[in-house]
Design a protein around this ligand. Structure first.
Ligand SMILES: [Zn+2]
Ligand SMILES: [Zn+2]
Ligand SMILES: [Zn+2]
Length: 136
């Protein structure tokens, strides 16, 4: 791979109407969805609700670049341009190369919970015992 060649990679195109990637507001066939709270039927300018991303369901606005969906979209575009393949092909390639971040994250959480759950129970148990001692 030649590193001196740096092709221009555009940022993911995010629809201002339905908040999904890959198309613009003008060609949107989706439903008006709030960019702030991911609820349908209102504009983000009218919204004061808690932030929720349409694409990754995380606590950030749908146009946030910190979202895993945004990063994945960027990765797909980068692959598409670098390998000069079609968008669906690039998407497939990225998805097979990188295990879904959401899945790996939840499995980390699971192992974390499994490791620390007994300690938490033990802690609760100790607190109960301590309270009992103090009471008597
Ligand atoms: Zn749209
Ligand atoms: Zn809203
Ligand atoms: Zn997101």
């Amino acid at each position: 791979m030649c590193l001196s060649v740096r092709p221009y990679i555009p940022n993911p195109l995010c629809c201002f109407k339905c908040q999904h990637f890959g198309h613009s507001k003008t060609s949107c066939r989706g439903t008006l969805t709030c960019a702030r709270c991911a609820e349908m039927g209102h504009d983000s300018s009218q919204s004061t609700a808690v932030e929720k991303c349409v694409n990754c369901k995380d606590i950030h606005t749908s146009f946030s670049r910190n979202g895993s969906a945004w990063k994945l979209e960027k990765e797909i575009i980068t692959t598409k341009i670098k390998k000069q393949i079609s968008y669906p092909e690039a998407r497939k390639l990225v998805k097979t190369q990188t295990p879904a971040s959401a899945t790996s994250y939840s499995s980390i959480v699971k192992t974390h919970v499994q490791l620390y759950a007994p300690i938490t129970i033990l802690e609760t148990f100790c607190t109960v015992i301590l309270n009992l001692i103090q009471l008597t």
